[in-house]
Design a protein around this ligand. Structure first.
Ligand code: ADP
Ligand code: MG
Length: 189
């Protein structure tokens, strides 16, 4: 049974917050891919220059498959999509969106450098996570939620409604490119 709920979106949009809320009051297990990789050593080596572990995608995929089989469901917050995802077991991807200006400020408050904050803001403007989800899972399994000016609780309630109705996909709810010109925005931030 497809019981993996993916919570995706640009870093800073609120994935972890939503995933925690979804798992808190239900049988759904929260699996944070990065933590799982470190805890169970699902990596091939440590990359010293990038200061990160290189994920063993095959191992992670098999582990996620196993966890999905042995539980009611799992919720997976991640901005990366790829071969490590057992896509056949994914029920729905919730793609969280956030106004790029709000996102940029949030990343700066988190202590990110201007450059790193901007790179991610640009990825948000260009719908990177949305497009990757649609390519990997098909548009019917992708549900976009604009979180701008919504509290974490409001986003959680919206996600619950989507999941309980077993709705099919929805995308195209935001169009940041119609509102912002990336090069102009970069100068004003
Ligand atoms: P992600 O996992 O996508 O990087 P987080 O869940 O860690 O995002 O949230 C990033 C920051 O934004 C945190 O400080 C969090 O408390 C805050 N946050 C999350 N959701 C909201 C929201 N709906 N409104 C305002 N702030 C939020
Ligand atoms: Mg997170």
């Amino acid at each position: 049974m497809a019981n993996i709920i993916l919570v995706t979106g640009t870093p800073g949009v609120g994935k972890t917050t939503l995933a925690k809320n979804l798992s808190r009051n239900s049988e759904i297990k929260l699996i944070e891919p990065n933590r799982l990789v470190r805890k169970e050593k699902l990596y091939t080596r440590f990359d010293r220059t990038r200061k990160t572990y290189v994920v063993d995608e095959g191992k992670l995929r098999r582990r996620l498959e196993e966890l999905s089989r042995s539980s009611e469901g799992i919720v997976l917050p991640t901005h990366l999509l790829g071969r490590f995802l057992p896509e056949g077991r994914v029920k729905l991807a919730l793609v969280l969106r956030l106004d790029p200006v709000v996102l940029y400020k949030r990343l700066r408050v988190r202590g990110w450098t201007k450059r790193k904050a901007w790179e991610n803001t640009e990825a948000e403007i260009l719908d990177v996570c949305l497009q990757e989800s649609r390519l990997l899972l098909g548009p019917r399994k992708v549900y976009e939620i604009d979180t701008t000016r919504k509290s974490a609780l409001a986003v959680y309630r919206e996600a619950l409604r989507v999941l309980s109705r077993g709705r099919t996909g929805r995308s195209g709810v935001v169009n940041w490119l119609a509102r912002y010109v990336p090069l102009e925005l970069e100068r004003t931030l």
